[in-house]
Every structure is written in structure tokens, then in C-alpha cells.
Design a protein around this ligand. Structure first.
Ligand SMILES: *[C@@H]1O[C@H](CO)[C@@H](O)[C@H](O)[C@H]1NC(C)=O
Length: 180
């Protein structure tokens, strides 16, 4: 075989691998959106496709690892953003809300890290419990501002973390159901 005729099958294989990861993401998002109204198909595809690890994922377990990683990074940045805003806040009520959000996110990040370890060792049930509990952080943070009739400066962050957690949860749910 000449070098060029060897390269063609390799190229085809790479193309197939790339396509199968894109299909995995779309299938996962389609199933997730059907099962859970909190999952928006476009947001799901856009988020997972933005991460190179998702592209390298060949199965649902790999995609789950990429998804929890994305969720952790997002929640970590939400926490940092809350801290940043708190330093600048002049009103004590706003500062108190932001401080609560910071604490909520610190706790959520630690739960998400535990979930990541659980996912790595395929303990999807444990991961499920911790992700569900971490998902309270964005909602409680958002409610804190509403109760004080303040406009939340973290709406975008809260909604992103909530959406990403819902996606990861849908994936662990599917992996879990395969055992029964
Ligand atoms: C969090 O995730 C959303 C959705 O994928 C993304 O648009 C946003 O840029 C992320 N935010 C940060 C701060 O990483």
C-alpha cells in the first residue's frame, strides 16, 4: 500500500470517531431534554460541545466525566464572581446575599468534587445524591435576592450552573438505570 492509500482509512476512522462523539452529545441532550424540562437541548449541545473532553468521550461514562468537570469549573467561577461582587457591594443587604451565595457555592463545589470521584469509580447513585444537593445552591442564591426585592447580579451564573448540573444529573440517571 502506498502511504496515501494508508492515510485514507485513518482519515475515515478519525472522521467516524469525531462524528460518533457529536452524535453521543446530541443523543444525550435529546434524551435529557425529553426527560427533564430543566434541560434545554441547545444549551446542552452548546455546553458539551464547548469542552474538548466531551469530544474525546466515546461513551456515556466519558461524557459524564466531561460534564461533571464542566459543572465544577462553572460553579467555581460562580463562587469567585460572588466574592468579587461582594467586595464591591456597598449595601449591607446585598453584601449579605452575596456572602450567602459564596457559602452556598463553596459547599456545592465540594459536593460536586465528591460526585466527580464517585463518577470516576462508577458509583453513579452517590453522584446523583450529591449533584441533586449541589443544585440547590443556584436556586437558593437566586431566592435570597428575590426575598430582599433585589435584582440578582448572579442570574446568569445561577442559571448556567443549574443547567449544567441538570445535564450531568440526567447522564448519571441514565448510567444508573443501565444497572437495573
Ligand atoms: C458556564 O457554562 C455556560 C454554559 O456552557 C457558559 O456559557 C459559560 O460561559 C460558563 N461560565 C463560565 C464563567 O465558565
Amino acid at each position: 500500500m502506498s502511504p496515501s492509500s494508508k492515510a485514507l482509512p485513518l482519515l475515515l476512522l478519525l472522521l467516524l470517531l469525531y462524528q460518533s462523539s457529536a452524535n453521543l452529545i446530541r443523543d444525550t441532550c435529546k434524551t435529557g431534554a425529553r426527560a427533564d424540562p430543566n434541560i434545554k437541548y441547545d444549551f446542552c449541545v452548546r455546553s458539551l460541545e464547548s469542552d474538548p473532553r466531551s469530544h474525546n468521550a466515546h461513551d456515556l461514562h466519558g461524557l459524564c466525566e466531561a460534564s461533571i468537570d464542566l459543572t465544577i469549573r462553572n460553579a467555581t467561577r460562580a463562587r469567585a464572581r460572588a466574592q468579587e461582587l461582594m467586595k464591591k457591594a456597598r449595601e449591607s443587604v446585598a453584601r449579605a446575599c452575596l456572602s450567602d451565595c459564596m457559602d452556598l457555592y463553596a459547599d456545592a463545589v465540594s459536593k460536586l468534587r465528591d460526585s466527580e470521584k464517585a463518577i470516576r469509580s462508577k458509583r453513579y447513585g452517590d453522584a446523583n445524591v450529591w449533584i441533586s444537593s449541589a443544585m440547590d445552591a443556584p436556586t437558593t442564591c437566586e431566592d435570597g435576592f428575590r426575598e430582599e426585592s433585589l435584582r440578582s447580579p448572579l442570574s446568569r451564573e445561577n442559571s448556567d450552573v443549574f443547567g449544567l448540573s441538570a445535564i450531568t444529573l440526567a447522564i448519571t440517571n441514565r448510567l444508573l438505570s443501565w444497572f437495573f
